[in-house]
Design a protein around this ligand. Structure first.
Ligand SMILES: C[S@@+](CC[C@H](N)C(=O)[O-])C[C@H]1O[C@@H](n2cnc3c(N)ncnc32)[C@H](O)[C@@H]1O
Length: 353
């Protein structure tokens, strides 16, 4: 934990080693079969999940170099490794990730090898799924705060209940206590998130923290989704994923492996890619507009419209601030309760008609 604490202060460091955006929710809400997809890479998990749609191409971009090294590692791992070895590479398999990395090393590009050779402990000690700054924030949260709010027995019962009725009864009677409510106020405040989890640039346009309204969203998420099937919540509350995110489910992994040649990972800024005037059927844009002003968002809305094919779609998230695409795109209603990543205020879906 101390090594990771030092690492996340280095430049460059991995910010997100997983995507904390619900890929099943995204897949459920994509209409039809997009052939050409543009995604914000982050930890690459959702870009990989979109390969299940068997598109002609997925271009996964990220402006941060360490994210690209991570994505190259994951992509190359899927290309060359069997399922169990890939899990070990990520730090959730039977073998040590370091051994698997040395086998994969000859297939990796020079920059990615240089990065992980000089940060081998991320693979062999910390585990790739735990090595980003955001993951460090969640681990800190679990170790120092969450472990003091409920007994192990309550957590276990809450996270493994077999029906929504049982889960909600445990929530009402045991889990939803005063300490939990206080924790929501403190942990998701702007000050704490800024210090531990997210970069300063994420807050340039944010007025408050996440706290307001978040507890209600959490309540709804618990009401509507089984915790035992929610790897995102498991990671926050238990520090590990007892169920796997979409791209890591074995049958999905095998399909993704078959289509991995359709994925390109590129270091680029979204605005730069928009200037290439390539057209796409789907743009998956994470919450990148939170880093931008309303003017920039509105400017990019026009580029997005121009670069979408007819019937093309956009999915984007809002966490701390409201950012909408404007212009001629039609917004469609999504059932937000099905989104297992409750910490987003909203996921927006747009269509070019
Ligand atoms: C917007 S952040 C949010 C992460 C997300 N909430 C999650 O948990 O997966 C996702 C990624 O977007 C990248 N990013 C932010 N703005 C970008 C831009 N304008 N162009 C390309 N990548 C961008 C960041 O480097 C980061 O890796």
């Amino acid at each position: 934990m101390n090594k990771l604490k030092r690492y996340v202060k280095e430049t460059p460091h991995i910010r997100y080693s997983n995507c904390h955006e619900d890929s099943d929710f995204a897949l459920q809400n994509i209409k039809g079969k997009p052939e050409k997809i543009l995604t914000i890479a982050s930890g690459l998990d959702n870009s990989l999940a979109f390969l299940l749609l068997e598109p002609r191409s997925v271009l996964a971009i990220d402006s941060k170099e360490a994210q690209i090294y991570l994505c190259n590692l994951k992509k190359c791992g899927i290309e060359h490794l069997e399922y169990e070895d890939f899990l070990s590479l990520l730090g959730i398999g039977k073998d040590n990730g370091g051994q698997i990395y040395s086998r994969l090393r000859p297939y990796l590009d020079k920059e990615t090898v240089e990065y992980f050779d000089s940060h081998l402990f991320l693979i062999s000690e910390i585990g790739i799924v735990n090595c980003g700054k955001f993951e460090y924030y969640f681990q800190f949260f679990k170790k120092h705060i969450l472990s003091k709010t409920h007994s192990k027995k309550t957590v276990e019962a809450f996270m493994t209940a077999e029906s929504l009725e049982d889960q909600n009864e445990i929530y009402r009677k045991k889990y939803n206590n005063l300490r939990l409510r206080l924790l929501f106020r403190i942990f998701f405040s702007k000050t704490v998130m800024k210090k531990l989890g997210r970069d300063k640039e994420c807050f340039a346009y944010a007025k408050g923290g996440l706290s307001a309204g978040l507890k209600d969203k959490f309540d709804r998420c618990i009401e509507c989704n089984l915790n035992r099937d929610n790897p995102y919540l498991q990671y926050i509350i238990q520090g590990k994923m007892a169920s796997l995110p979409t791209y890591l489910v074995k049958e999905n992994y095998l399909k993704i492996k078959k289509n991995i040649h359709s994925l390109e990972v590129r270091r680029a800024d979204f605005a730069e890619v928009m200037r290439e005037n390539e057209s796409y059927d789907l743009m998956y844009l994470s919450d990148i507009f939170e880093y931008m002003s309303e003017e920039e968002t509105s400017f990019l809305s026009e580029d997005i419209y121009r670069n979408l094919n007819k019937g093309g779609q956009v999915l984007l998230y809002n966490m701390m601030i409201e950012r909408h695409l404007c212009g001629k795109l039609r917004e469609t209603e999504l059932d937000q309760d099905k989104n297992r990543t409750f910490y987003y205020r909203h996921c927006y879906h747009y269509i070019k008609e």
